[in-house]
Design a protein. Structure first.
Ligand code: ATP
Ligand code: MG
Length: 419
């Protein structure tokens, strides 16, 4: 339920509130719970829970907001029904619920609107099913059956959010951003994060995180069937309690040929275990593995302010194509205002405004030698990661590059850059 919906309108404060701030609580919750706003629905759901054989069940008076408020302090049921009746724009609430709830919890939403657009958005957000009132008992029961039996009629179970970080050129700051973002999600937002460094020869992410790369990643990619709990336990280097790293430093003399299906299988498996999976993705892999980039994900396209980078951003945007409800591209301009960078006005004649900008900061270069922990203390990175985290959680509205493109792509700089 986390990754897929257009994430709009969430107030900044709530999107970025660390779950850790909730009071610790271990009050057990039943296997099936519902928060509903009217007595009729409460009656139908209570009967369905009982008929299905849930011994532990709870039907409470409340809405999706009550669930968001209460459940992070307790634990999460296997089945959760929440009510969005009366909420004019429920998607931000559903996204917020996705942020805080367990990956294993199957969420059924009920509401008062028969609206196909809303239905699709909720399904894309990972909701198991949406029903509008009055609730029909046998339809609800069928969904319980389908979930319990793992039926393919439903969406695959929810998984973590996949974030690819790709540079338009070498050295623009991909590893800095991937490691900082993974750290930020794990240590500031208190989420379970896996950083996957697919540059198997360099091991830069491991260097930044002061962690041990291993051959496990290569072995996993050569034989993805072997990826199981034991592999994750042994192959993932624990960086902090919440941050794991999968990275290798293969000998330079070994040619590692990656297989796209193997990489995708690996990602599917690890996405079931982590709230966020951040991938430091070399550009050549991104270019030649088109299916990979079309997995439900966010692609952070990183450039610096150079003229060459700017041209590449335009070419990458064309290559990737327009955003879809499942997959979006965010352009991160790194090293903004570095010496030799194109003035912003000029840059904006060639490409749309970047989604996130991170300033050039001399401190970062020195801090990088000491690792990610030190880099986090640089204000440019702190601000950049906070802004990125908000965008990934859906706080800001998406820009509309297509309109922009038609209007402005004809400037003199266009000719200079593209010849
Ligand atoms: N905003 C910034 N300001 C100043 N220096 C930065 C900034 N971001 C990254 N750097 C520095 O730029 C250099 C390259 O960064 P990094 O290794 O993250 O790039 P990369 O895109 O991963 O490179 P490669 O293509 O080699 O993998 C490093 O020295 C890093 O400290
Ligand atoms: Mg790198």
């Amino acid at each position: 339920m986390d990754t897929l919906a257009p994430r709009v309108d969430l107030p900044a404060a709530s999107a970025d509130t660390a779950i850790a701030s909730a009071p610790p609580a271990s009050e057990p919750v039943p296997a099936a719970m519902a928060y509903l706003l009217d007595a009729d629905s409460e009656g139908v759901v209570s009967r369905c829970f009982a008929d299905f054989g849930f011994v532990d069940r709870d039907v409470l008076h409340g809405s999706i907001d009550t669930a968001i408020e209460e459940l992070p302090r307790r634990s999460w049921p296997r089945f959760l029904i929440v009510d969005i009746s009366g909420i004019s724009d429920p998607l931000p609430r559903v996204n917020r619920l996705a942020e805080v709830c367990n990956l294993e919890t199957e969420v059924i939403v009920v509401g008062d609107r028969n609206d196909i657009v809303l239905y699709r958005a909720l399904k894309a957000a990972g909701v198991a099913e949406y029903f509008y009132k009055p609730l029909v008992a046998h339809l609800l029961s069928r969904v319980f059956d389908e979930i319990a039996s793992g039926s393919t009629n439903l969406q695959p179970s929810r998984s973590g959010m996949l974030v690819f970080v790709v540079g338009v050129r070498g050295g623009v700051g991909v590893t800095t951003i991937a490691t900082s973002l993974a750290w930020y999600f794990a240590e500031i937002r208190q989420r379970g994060v896996l950083l996957l460094d697919l540059d198997l020869h360099a091991g830069d992410a491991a260097l930044q995180l002061d962690a041990q790369p291993s051959h496990a990643l290569r072995e996993a990619l050569e034989d993805p069937k072997r990826i199981d709990e034991l592999f994750l336990e042994r192959g993932v280097a624990p960086v902090t309690e919440r941050l794991g790293l999968l990275a290798g430093v293969e000998p330079l003399s070994d040619r590692v040929v990656l297989d796209e299906d193997a990489v995708m299988q690996l990602l599917h498996k690890i996405l079931a275990h982590y709230r966020y999976v951040v991938v430091d993705l070399p550009a050549e892999i991104a270019l030649f593995f088109p299916k990979l980039l079309h997995m439900p994900s966010t692609l952070l396209l990183v450039s610096d302010g150079s003229i060459a980078s700017t041209r590449e951003v335009a070419r990458w945007r064309d290559f990737i194509g327009p955003n879809t409800p499942e997959r979006r591209l965010l352009h991160v301009l790194n090293k903004k205002n570095a010496d030799g960078a194109l003035p912003e006005r000029e840059m904006l004649r060639v490409i749309p405004p970047p989604d996130i900008s991170i300033h050039w900061d001399r401190q970062i270069i020195g801090a990088a030698a000491l690792g990610t922990k030190t880099v986090q203390q640089c204000s440019a990175i702190r601000d950049g990661m906070a802004a990125l985290s908000l965008r990934l959680s859906g706080a800001a509205a998406e820009p509309a590059p297509s309109l922009w493109k038609g209007a402005l792509w004809k400037g003199a700089l266009w000719k200079r850059v593209f010849g």
